[in-house]
Design a protein around this ligand. Structure first.
Ligand code: ADP
Ligand code: MG
Length: 313
């Protein structure tokens, strides 16, 4: 398809944007007008994705659209917030309507799953880059924060770790990516239902974007505690086990990144509730260690501070 003008691209986006009752005015004016439900807090986050930095340049446009939204919804999930609305800044090398249509196939597929409305944005020419601001709703005082972990809490993680990093490792080596691993790299699943359900159960929470040990270290610093992690308790998919030797696999799980799972702490008294929640959501929840007095994350007896994964590796 030949390149088109910015306004034609915006018109294509606007046609596809879903409505929501609390969107008074969506795409088309100088601002969107939104009517937040009375008494709710807004959770606001922003993440940008740059070609070649956050995804391989040959990533399919629909996967880029999915992932750009997924990483933002993952931040809302980590706070226990319900996704609501967002804005999107799109920098494109050319006004290629084929790219834009495919990008929004992925974007709106994920948005529809969470009732998330795109209410505005900006479209410019430049290197391929996507920045999204996402807003979610959470009851006052009930957001999951990084600073609530207490000594003696269990440390939990959802799903499996290291899959996306495993795919990236295969791609960097010039090998074919295992389909199951590539799916986790290109189409991460934001754990929104889990985050909502953890309100009142978890004492603290963070989403795993930079690698488990590094992100857990952020949580520990915010909470003023340390952590002891059992590397053998870290959950691995069958695909990851098949693709890598145990030593490589453990490094990918502990330090890989791009997982978009939730890592959270909870008092031991919550174990039964969490096993029940795991069954209800059909999502594995693994207890991987415990919160300790002091500072830093210990894994395999190795003290790992700010750059946890480097010490581990
Ligand atoms: P202005 O110059 O007033 O900022 P724009 O021409 O940039 O307006 O945008 C026109 C309308 O289209 C605005 O409502 C804006 O929010 C929306 N818009 C522009 N780009 C995007 C995009 N990539 N995604 C969603 N909405 C967009
Ligand atoms: Mg503008």
């Amino acid at each position: 398809m030949p390149p088109v003008h910015e306004f034609d691209l915006i018109a294509r986006i606007r046609q596809r944007a879903a409505a929501r009752g609390d969107v008074v005015l969506g795409i088309g004016d100088d601002c969107a007008l939104l009517l937040p439900p009375p008494g709710m807090q807004l959770a606001v986050t922003m993440d940008a994705l740059n070609a070649g930095v956050h995804f391989p340049p040959e990533t399919a446009p629909a996967d880029i659209g999915w992932k750009a939204l997924a990483v933002n919804l993952s931040d809302l999930a980590a706070m226990g917030a319900q996704p609501a609305w967002g804005t999107l800044s799109l920098s494109l090398p050319q006004g290629d309507p084929g790219f834009v249509d495919a990008f929004f196939d992925g974007f709106f597929a994920l948005a529809a799953q969470h009732g998330f409305a795109l209410v505005g944005g900006d479209t410019t020419r430049g290197p391929l880059s996507i920045a999204i601001t996402a807003h979610g709703l959470v009851e006052p005082g009930r957001a999951l924060r990084r600073d609530g972990a207490r000594v003696g809490d269990d440390i939990w993680v959802s799903g499996t770790l290291g899959d996306a990093a495993g795919a990236l490792r295969q791609w960097q080596a010039g090998a074919a990516m295992s389909p199951a691993l590539q799916a986790r790299l290109d189409r991460p699943t934001p754990r929104v239902a889990l985050g909502r359900a953890l309100r009142g159960i978890a004492s603290s929470c963070i989403d795993v974007s930079d690698g488990l040990l590094a992100d857990l270290a952020h949580l520990c610093r915010a909470s003023g505690v340390g952590a002891e992690v059992d590397v053998d308790a870290l959950p691995a998919s069958a695909a990851l086990r098949n693709a890598f030797d145990p030593d490589t696999r453990r490094v990918l799980q502990a330090a890989g990144g791009d997982d978009y799972e939730l890592c959270f702490t909870a008092a031991p008294a919550q174990r039964a509730a969490l096993r029940q929640l795991s069954a209800t959501l059909a999502l594995s929840l693994s207890c991987i260690g415990s919160v300790t007095a002091g500072t830093g994350v210990r894994c395999d007896g190795v003290a790992a501070g700010a750059g946890g994964y480097q010490h581990f590796a």
